[in-house]
Design a protein. Structure first.
Length: 319
């Protein structure tokens, strides 16, 4: 369609947005990039009896399998410093998920009210990660030499980048994005159709989020309830702090995450909050009577949450 045609049709009557607030006004998309250099390479393989390749560094395998079906990889660098970066990235990823809505879009759905806290964590981690990366790069030359010795005839100097390029591979950044339909001026006669598709998708997303929020709390409550009860042999089960903290963290962020205005779940959250606010696992371990009382109350809460989950419309998974 030409520019003139778009302009001519842009003012034609089309479906307008509903007056109801959109859930997209309640959150932003958070895109986080954890970059690092690759640390493996595929090794060329041959069968032990293939003598025509015997003078190169192809790895000989004793097998009756079809070599084309086998993939062998070598590790380029063995480094506790690199493992520390990978581990820290994973912990940060899990920490971010606790701020966000339990819905997989390929990006974090971060409620507006939790943006400052999440961003503060990212800024802090950026400095921590830089220190870890600097330590790794300082040792990089020595690690490459160690790899040359350990890999023997499987060592290939071209597998190893110069340290400045390695440093550039350790990308870490983030951006906050919004999601909306392009303007009528841009879409012309297609605006109404795209707007309707947008509205329908948001309704599905809202249904999914409502169910997932209920399921998330139910799973956490079930886990804690199981740990509060005695085992079949009468011994106390091991109670990790996370069993309680996960529920407390859900309750702390619920006000911001409740973008679907789920009043029924809010009521259950209020009940649970009255039970666990200020509580810690040490107190539970030392007060058996209180622990048993809490377990009984949690059973009732579990039943309430199970009813909420059962009464929620079935989630329509994305294709």
């Amino acid at each position: 369609m030409t520019k003139k045609a778009i302009e001519a049709t842009a003012n034609q009557p089309t479906s307008e947005p509903t007056n109801q607030p959109s859930i997209t006004e309640e959150f932003v998309f958070l895109m986080v990039h954890f970059g690092k250099p690759g640390n493996t390479k595929t090794v060329r393989t041959k069968k032990q009896d293939e003598s025509e390749l015997s003078n190169d560094n192809t790895l000989a395998l004793t097998t009756n399998a079809n070599i084309k079906w086998l993939k062998v990889q070598k590790t380029l660098i063995e480094s506790k410093e690199l493992e520390a970066i990978i581990s820290a990235d994973a912990k940060t990823y899990l920490a971010l998920k606790k701020f966000c809505l339990p819905y997989d879009t390929g990006a974090y759905m971060l409620p507006n009210g939790l943006v400052p806290e999440a961003r503060e964590m990212l800024v802090k981690y950026a400095l921590e990660r830089k220190a870890l990366v600097d330590t790794y790069c300082e040792r990089y030359a020595g690690l490459c030499e160690q790899a040359r010795i350990e890999l023997g005839d499987q060592h290939n100097p071209s597998d190893y980048l110069p340290v400045d390029r390695v440093l550039a591979k350790f990308r870490f950044d983030w951006e906050l994005l919004t999601f909306e339909v392009p303007s009528k001026q841009k879409l012309g006669i297609y605006y109404g159709e795209e707007l309707q598709k947008h509205d329908n998708k948001l309704k599905e997303v809202a249904e999914d989020i409502k169910l997932l929020m209920r399921e998330t709390l139910l799973d956490a409550v079930k886990h804690l309830t199981g740990k509060l009860s005695e085992s079949t042999d009468g011994k106390q089960k091991r109670l990790h702090p996370s069993a309680l903290v996960n529920i407390q963290e859900f309750l702390r962020t619920f006000e911001f995450k409740n973008i679907t205005n789920d009043s029924e779940l809010a009521s259950v959250c209020e009940t649970i909050d009255g039970m666990v606010r200020g509580l810690d696992v040490d107190y539970l371990r030392d007060n058996k009577a209180f622990k048993e009382e809490l377990a009984t109350k949690m059973v009732a809460v579990t039943q309430s949450l199970e009813t909420l989950v059962e009464n929620t419309p079935i989630r329509r998974f994305r294709d």
